[in-house]
Design a protein around this ligand. Structure first.
Ligand SMILES: C[S@@+](CC[C@H](N)C(=O)[O-])C[C@H]1O[C@@H](n2cnc3c(N)ncnc32)[C@H](O)[C@@H]1O
Length: 426
């Protein structure tokens, strides 16, 4: 997309065309859901749009239809807010989920921040959450089109009085950085972790090395000297050692998927928390926190499997808070190095997937098959941890005869030995 198209999309005419195209698209999807296999047809959508608004030129019509497609794709991640947003493919992929951004904004408010610099704001999902939390936001984005769309997004949500977007490079332009920091008392950085030039399957490739992020991690660490009240979004796989002294690392999951981690420096951490897991399920949010470092964690007890097996949420595992989960369900680990928790008391926790154990056996395909056949099980979901078995291959090798009874098979290692647990689906 070029700047002219971005500006046109944000105009009254562009927004009206987008509303028309959205209505057509919703109807087409309704017809598709009712069984009409031809309902979703890009050519028909383009023709319908040009018929509804003959003043549209082909570039405008294509831009509108792209927005409709991007919004539909982004809605499961970003929610209803997409109806107000103008998107790019990369921007939507990197955008923070709405619930996660809201909780981050709350942490900024709780740290006493009032004016936040969002350095590399993308389409503005974090900036929007900051502004919606009542913070005033000075956002900077180096990509001209993305910055224009972030501005349009703030405008569409009625937040322009709180959210100002400047186009510029916060690394290369020291004057711009200093001017932005002079207007603010806290900062947030969400470094771009995708390489826009390298693509697979049409999507930009993730960069795992923090030195390749933009801005790079070393720049973010230096920024903390200038702005003590600083937090940065990072890849969920970051090591705990990245957490600065007296800072806090937060891992967030949404409906069972680990979506991000955030590093907060000491001034962002009034509660003196070192590790936090935020587990969002539907409309509920569960937060587990520890004031201790992972290395100071007391190892949970281990024992053989009981009546229930729990697979902790990834935010709990990454934050090293499995011990808290173990304690909360009066449980234990099967193996000190593997995050499977067991208990004999029926667990009530949103922090793990819960399975009732039917059978426990040393794992071989043959022994597992015999057990499943004896129990009349014809369909299995195979889960695994700390074992090299491939779930798809295991399912194929089991070659079960279909039946209406299904089970979850959990494969893991206890000590050096492979084990299989046949469980009722949760
Ligand atoms: C991960 S995205 C931000 C997403 C945003 N937090 C959201 O939720 O919508 C990172 C953005 O930083 C921008 N960026 C990267 N390096 C920058 C720099 N040196 N100066 C300004 N912006 C930069 C990229 O263009 C990209 O849009």
């Amino acid at each position: 997309m070029d700047l002219d198209t971005a500006a046109w999309l944000a105009s009254t005419h562009g927004r009206a065309a987008l509303a028309t195209a959205t209505t057509h698209d919703d109807r087409a999807h309704d017809r598709a859901a009712a069984g009409d296999a031809t309902a979703i047809d890009p050519l028909r959508a383009a023709t319908a749009l040009r018929k509804a608004d003959p003043s549209l030129d082909p570039t405008q019509a294509a831009a509108v239809l792209t927005q409709v497609r991007l919004r539909r794709r982004a809605r499961p991640r970003l929610g209803d807010i997409v109806e107000h947003l103008l998107l790019t493919e990369d921007g939507a992929e990197q955008a923070t989920r709405t619930e996660v951004a809201k909780l981050r904004a709350r942490r900024f408010v709780e740290s006493g921040a009032t004016r936040v610099a969002d350095l590399g704001c993308g389409l503005g999902l974090d900036s929007i959450a900051f502004a919606q939390a009542g913070l005033s936001v000075s956002a900077v984005e180096r990509d001209h089109v993305t910055a224009a769309l972030a501005r349009a997004n703030a405008d569409a949500l009625g937040l322009s009085h709180l959210l100002d977007v400047t186009t510029g490079d916060v690394v290369a332009d020291l004057e711009l950085l200093n001017a932005t920091l002079a207007r603010t008392d806290a900062a947030f950085v969400d470094p771009a972790r995708r390489d826009p030039k390298a693509r697979t399957d049409g999507r930009s490739v993730r960069m795992t090395d923090p030195r390749s992020w933009s801005p790079p991690w070393s720049w973010v660490e230096e920024l903390a000297i200038k702005v003590p009240q600083l937090a940065a979004k990072v890849a969920p796989g970051v090591p705990h050692e990245l957490t600065p002294p007296a800072g806090c690392a937060t891992w967030s999951s949404v409906d069972g998927t680990l979506v991000e981690a955030e590093i907060g420096w000491a001034a962002m951490n009034p509660g003196h928390i070192r590790r936090r897991a935020v587990v969002i399920r539907g409309t509920d949010t569960h937060i587990v926190e520890s004031a201790h470092d992972l290395v100071d964690e007391v190892a949970p007890p281990t024992a053989s499997v009981g009546s229930w097996l729990l697979e902790p949420d990834d935010a709990i595992i990454r934050s090293g808070l499995v011990g808290d989960l173990v304690a909360s369900v009066a449980g234990w680990l099967l193996d000190a190095r593997v995050a499977y928790v067991s208990t004999d008391v029926e667990p009530q926790t949103p922090l793990a997937a819960i399975f009732r154990v039917r059978e426990a056996l040393p794992f071989t395909i043959r022994a597992l098959r015999d057990t499943l056949v004896a129990d009349g099980i014809g369909h299995v979901v195979v889960k695994k941890r700390a074992i090299s078995a491939d779930p798809d291959n295991v399912r194929k090798e089991l070659a079960l005869k279909p039946s209406r009874t299904s089970a979850v098979v959990i494969l893991t290692r206890i000590g050096d030995d492979p084990w299989a647990f046949v469980c009722d689906p949760s």
